[in-house]
Design a protein around this ligand. Structure first.
Ligand SMILES: [Zn+2]
Length: 423
């Protein structure tokens, strides 16, 4: 996008006014130039502007020039120009400019909160901030030098920062010369060597910063650290401030109060109630598993008692509607432990059939052989060993019943040809 600058005459510059009055959200502006950008949009240059362009870890403003939305704002560092990006060419040369005040205020609250937190991290823990990212919608972040503050330390920092918010300290901004800057106790050295702008929290914290800030710390409202994320050589602190923090508190409170009401306990009893429920669930699951095992053993015994006899073999052929493979396998495991059993279990679920075959030890038949014969009839696949095998394919309950008929014929043929035993 920057290549479009070649269209501009030299010597132009935008008077950037957010430095002096970050609370001005509406102003009249003289349009100097509109540059067609490579993506079809237009870069509008104003004689003077309160719009903040992306930079210093803070995102750009949004807003309107007359009725046209300003969708991006960036600066041309070399020429000191602020570029307001709009979708269409503007017809007028004198414009009514309006900044999205809610978005800007969120940035100001978070940006000042970041200065304050960074100061508190140094004051209480001696930890330097290496970079920051200011965002009014998602949590803002600041990165601390190699260190891992504990939860207690984070709470201390948070408490101290909120105390300084309530003290409602003045946040001053001023420009100093490179000579003057040496006399200022900056938290970290400035990135620029001229037009150094100082943001001072009343005698406590001095930062070189070109962003927008609230006029007094009370304007931050509240700051809340959400979490600390351990990265390679730093710790990232996620935090919210001001109206965003309030919204988060509101929505979190609705959720927590709703959960407490659902569990018929007070807010503070919620953790214990959740723990109780988790314990109960674990016990119920244990009990359920036990009951299921008993039910399966009972079902296996019932199938065994009504099994068809073929010589000494007990042949079990059963089809089930809507029974899962896991269930069938569990039943087969029970069956194969009963003497002389050969079982074919088929389950139909939706458009799939599941097959499990089981052969007790010493019956002279193999479960995997049996399965292969059946799956070949439905273009299915599967596998297993001599005792239990499983597979499946396309089909429904009718297919399941057909497979059992096939199994019956197969089993009778196989039973007569068993190598070890004859019926
Ligand atoms: Zn700042």
């Amino acid at each position: 996008m920057r290549r479009d600058w070649s269209l501009l005459e030299d010597g132009m510059s935008t008077q950037t006014l957010y430095f002096t009055d970050p609370y001005c959200f509406e102003f009249e502006a003289q349009l100097i130039e509109q540059i067609p950008l490579s993506d079809g949009r237009f870069g509008v240059i104003l004689e003077r502007s309160y719009f903040y362009p992306t930079g210093g870890g803070q995102e750009h403003d949004l807003g309107w020039l007359d009725e046209e939305r300003v969708v991006d704002v960036y600066k041309d560092e070399g020429r000191h120009l602020t570029v307001h990006v709009v979708e269409r060419r503007l017809p007028e040369s004198v414009l009514q400019a309006r900044i999205d005040a809610e978005r800007r205020l969120r940035h100001m609250e978070h940006h000042t909160a970041q200065h304050l937190l960074s100061y508190c991290f140094v004051e209480l823990l001696g930890l330097e901030t290496v970079s920051a990212n200011i965002n009014g919608d998602t949590p803002s972040t600041l990165d601390l030098t190699n260190s891992e503050p504990t939860l207690t330390e984070l709470t201390q920092v948070e408490r101290r920062a909120n105390q300084l918010i309530r003290s409602d300290l003045i946040v001053k901004t001023y420009f100093v010369s490179p000579q003057q800057v040496n006399a200022i106790p900056l938290r970290k050295p400035p990135k620029v060597s001229e037009d150094i702008r100082i943001v001072e929290i009343e005698g406590l914290d001095f930062s070189a910063c070109g962003g927008t800030h609230v006029a007094r710390t009370g304007g931050i409202g509240v700051v809340k650290i959400l979490r600390a994320e351990r990265l390679k050589e730093k710790t990232r602190i996620h935090f919210v401030a001001g109206s965003r923090a309030f919204e988060l508190f509101q929505s979190s409170y609705v959720i927590v109060a709703g959960l407490a009401a659902q569990m018929s306990v007070g807010l503070l009893e919620l953790p214990a109630a959740v723990q109780r429920q988790a314990d109960q669930l674990k016990n119920l699951q244990r009990e359920l598993t036990h009951l299921k095992d008993q039910a399966l053993a009972h079902e296996a015994r019932r199938l065994y008692e009504t099994a068809e006899r073929l010589g000494n073999l007990r042949i079990i052929l059963a089809a089930f509607d809507g029974r899962s493979m896991n269930d069938l396998r569990a039943l087969a495991r029970e069956l194969r432990l009963l003497p002389n059993v050969t079982a074919v279990l088929v389950g139909a679920q939706g458009e799939r059939v599941s097959l499990v075959t089981a052969c007790a030890e010493g019956v002279g038949l193999r479960a995997d052989d049996l399965l292969r014969r059946l799956t070949s009839r439905i273009n299915g696949k599967g596998g297993g060993d001599a005792f239990i095998a499983q597979g499946g394919g396309q089909g429904d309950l009718k297919t399941a019943q057909m497979l059992l008929e096939v199994a019956r014929v197969d089993l009778f043929a196989l039973a007569f040809n068993r190598p070890e035993q004859q019926p």
